[in-house]
Design a protein around this ligand. Sequence first.
Ligand code: SF4
Length: 343
Amino acid sequence: MNILEELEKGDIPNNKEIYESFLVGNKKVQDYKKICCSVSGGSDSDLMIDLFMRLDEEKKVTFVFFNTGLEYQATKEHLKYLEDKYDIEIVVINAKKPIPITCREYGQPFISKQVSEWIERLQRHNFKWEDKSFEELYEEYPKCKAALRWWCNEWGEDSKFNISYNKGLKEFMIINPPEFKISPKCCKYAKKDIIHDFIEENDFDLNCYGVRKAEGGARSAAYKNCFTNNAVNEDTDEYRPIFWYKDSTKKAYEQHFNIKHSKCYTEYGLKRTGCAGCPFNQDFEEELKIIDQYEPKLFKAVNNIFKDSYEYTRAYRAFVKENFKNVNKEIDGQMSIDDYIAV
Ligand code: SF4
């Protein structure tokens, strides 16, 4: 029975978002020739695979996992489970440059992609982390205008591009200039570039991934709806099949179709998966405890790779707690690790 017959028979949960995702997803599968579906091993991607497996009768969809090298063993086991369950192959593509090497060569991620980007630019120009006006600094460092605007809060009042968006960060950095290199480049070499290259090299005309509007954060805020024309290049569009699923929609889908998620959720108690121990995760301390308990080898690895960033973040958080009252989540990152899963 195909999905339209299932819909007519009422075999799909009585839920608007699920119903519409099947209708729109079915249309996409009909309209496109070669479809790439990025699988992360996370709970949203579980739903997306299941949805496609109910729609893709002509086997147009290629499932692909971009292996950053900092993956949980539980994620790898779950991918194997998905392959067996649906009788599919999940193509594994490795990072262009392993994260430990990128972190050593370019720097470690700190707080968020945007903050790391600004700091990297300033470090490249041997910035001295001085408390001077924008005009003075721009004369001294004429090649990093945008990053200086961040440092001097020149992006406009309350802009998230200002350093003041991260409470106390400027004050902290003036007193404690970073003595290690900071950079968001590991995302570029472990995710962004390889996804882009894989799509171009294989002539996909549709790229799909499991972002949901309800998940919040910068990743979902980057999109207004479930579809983007020419998003990757002029021949490749993007589609986010479960974009409109709320948490309750997810539950309804999981129950109706008996979806089993990775041990990362069911045993470890993680709320999200992605690169293990990424310093962009605002709850990285909690995650580290879990990694230590369940995957001790990985714990050792992430503590080597991100050591300086963890220590700097801890020092920054302690500084804010000591010097600023009524601050809680504001001191944390603007983006979570999942903001980088599908770029
Ligand atoms: S999610 Fe974090 S650890 Fe993974 S590639 Fe991006 S910045 Fe690096």
